[in-house]
Write a protein that binds this ligand. Structure first.
Ligand code: PHE
Ligand code: NA
Length: 448
């Protein structure tokens, strides 16, 4: 057994957890699932889900990790008995699936980042004029179609996975705790600036009403689609349902206030996603496009449009796509860390070997996505609305019903006596949350 590592600094845990949460889920996935879900109706269901289920669920993952000090597979076995190792096995598979396509999408961000150096966005777009004319599509869409598959996608997937493996192989102390401190403030400042600019666009008003003004009739009518989509997005964006937060909390001392930490993580994550919506929808409406169309590229079309159109856009683009690439890296690290921690803890393999071996297989799994985006849809739909919701549901059952006794006490360490609040948390997990997750999962499977 290798000596278990812990966080190097007191803030290491919260930085890494925010780093895991903030990523492509906020910048790439949130705007397109919101567009597919019809805008404000989706946003409302999603926000409710984050507050009422995401928050209690992140606390469940925290207490499981800190209590057991194990990787998710070991943790579930310790709390639930031997059969739970299969559920833990699902977490590991989820990590494999998500990281394989996550890396491809992250590669797109690196590619668009480099665009700021070479050609500037305007310059490159000019090269797509003829193709755009022929296809009857804007240049920004042609550019995305060109860069998102084929050699470019393959090369940047390779680079991104190599970086991820390298950092995880070096170990949590040297690798993960660094970048996040700079990255989150930079992202927020950039997004606020862009959101203000987007507010000046011609169709901003129409976009705001689409994004912010829900029609309750629409929610009632479409709830069977909205619920699984919102559940999948909430768990994805908060890195829940596959043991990331279990793993990160397993390297943790007893004195941290997990309630406060959970609140901080969710606050940043939600604020960033919300800001992205304030940028993307005004651009899409002003361009006269349909927000539910051409979805996985939405953030790329709309931002190349933006960066080609504002003064200094080239430098803003460079900064934006660069920062998001780093944010994606800190999320990817957390995905590979779960898989690696499992192999280290349970199989006694050295860290660098575990990271390289598992990362290598994940890399290969991602390669087909660089050929055809159909694989992206397949993997993403499966991982989010099914695997993550299933994983979260299992954790709720475990902590709510099978091993409930340690949970409140564990949460109270570093917070103090919670009184009725702790009891309320467990009962929320036990009945309402489990019911909602069962329904979401069933609808998600039917939809898939
Ligand atoms: N939360 C990350 C994001 O929003 C993605 C992620 C999902 C990371 C699941 C780890 C586990 O980009
Ligand atoms: Na996120």
């Amino acid at each position: 057994m290798v000596q278990r590592e812990t966080w190097a600094t007191r803030s290491g845990f919260i930085l890494a957890a925010v780093g895991s949460a903030v990523g492509l889920g906020n910048v790439w996935r949130f705007p397109f699932v919101t567009g597919e879900g019809g805008g404000a109706a989706f946003l409302l269901v999603y926000l409710l889900f984050v507050a009422l289920i995401g928050f209690p669920a992140i606390l469940v993952e925290f207490v499981v990790g800190r209590k057991t000090e194990r990787n998710p597979v070991g943790a579930l076995m310790e709390l639930g008995g031997n059969a739970w190792k299969y559920i833990g096995g699902v977490f590991i598979v989820t990590g494999f699936v998500i990281l394989s396509y996550y890396s491809v999408v992250a590669g797109w961000f690196i590619r668009y980042f480099l665009e700021g150096f070479t050609n500037s966005y305007t310059g490159h777009l000019a090269g797509y004029e003829a193709a755009a004319e022929e296809a009857g599509q804007p240049e920004t869409v042609m550019m995305f179609l060109d860069l998102s598959t084929g050699l470019d996608a393959f090369v940047f997937h390779t680079i991104f996975m190599a970086l991820t493996i390298g950092i995880v192989a070096l170990g949590i102390r040297r690798g993960i705790e660094l970048a996040v401190k700079v990255m989150v403030p930079v992202i927020i400042v950039l997004l606020v600036g862009l959101a203000i600019w987007a507010g000046t666009l011609a169709e901003a008003g129409q976009a705001y009403s689409y994004y912010l003004n829900p029609e309750f009739g629409v929610i009632v009518e479409n709830w069977t689609e909205l619920l699984p989509a919102a559940a999948g997005q909430a768990f994805f964006t908060l890195s829940l349902g596959m043991g990331v937060m279990v793993t990160y909390a397993s390297y943790l001392g007893e004195d941290r206030n997990l309630g406060k930490d959970g609140g901080i993580i969710i606050g940043f994550d939600t604020a960033i996603a919300f800001l992205v919506g304030l940028i993307v929808f005004p651009i899409i409406f002003t361009a006269g496009a349909d927000p539910g169309q051409d979805t996985v590229g939405a953030i790329f079309f709309s931002l190349t449009e933006a960066f080609a159109g504002v003064p200094g856009g080239r430098w803003l683009g460079l900064l934006f796509f660069g920062t998001v690439s780093i944010a994606a890296l800190s999320s990817a690290i957390s995905l590979l860390e779960v898989v690696t921690a499992y192999v280290i803890d349970e199989k006694g393999v050295e860290r660098w070997k575990a990271a390289l071996g598992m990362g290598g297989v994940i890399y290969l799994l991602g390669v087909p996505v660089t050929y055809d985006l159909i694989f992206l849809d397949l993997l993403d739909g499966f991982a989010d609305a099914i695997l993550l919701v299933f994983g979260a549901l299992m954790l709720m059952i475990l902590v709510g019903w099978i091993a409930p006794n340690f949970a409140i006490e564990e949460l109270e360490k570093g917070i103090g006596d919670l009184g009725q609040l702790g009891v309320a948390w467990i009962w929320l997990v036990r009945i309402p949350i489990i019911i909602v997750l069962v329904v979401s999962l069933a609808l998600g499977i039917m939809e898939y």
